[in-house]
Design a protein around this ligand. Structure first.
Ligand SMILES: [Zn+2]
Length: 128
């Protein structure tokens, strides 16, 4: 069984995307779902979301501080982007997963996340 840190990006003070969705609301819903699924599968999952940081830097520092209190196998940050216009070219919508290093163990997990979401119909923008 693994140990995971999961957090929704941004907060109400320093919000993220907001055209066709409210990123803060949606990433917290997804974060709660991911944590519930991990825990239901027997993993340990911590919610490291920050709702009090007053700047982008403070928000990130608070998230990192929470994550660093656990010895986790993976740190997972949930985000959504919002494109104002979907040109239908597959470049503005889809799934992408950023990893710190292509040599990290997160790289293989990121590829699986992209593949699973692509199977649901999202354009696979790949691991970056
Ligand atoms: Zn974001």
């Amino acid at each position: 069984m693994g140990t995971y840190n999961v957090h929704g990006g941004h907060n109400r003070i320093v919000p993220g995307a907001g055209h066709y969705l409210d990123e803060v609301t949606e990433d917290r819903r997804i974060t709660a779902g991911v944590i519930a699924l991990l825990q239901a599968s027997g993993h340990t999952a911590y919610n490291c979301t920050d709702d009090v940081g007053k700047t982008v830097g403070a928000n990130l520092a608070n998230i990192v501080a929470k994550c660093n209190t656990h010895s986790a196998d993976l740190d997972i940050s949930i985000h959504q982007n919002a494109a104002k216009v979907d040109s239908g070219d597959g470049k503005t919508k889809g799934v992408e997963v950023f990893v710190y290093s292509t040599s990290s163990k997160a790289y293989a997990a990121a590829g699986r996340v992209c593949a699973k979401l692509a199977a649901l119909g999202f354009t696979n923008r790949g691991v970056k």
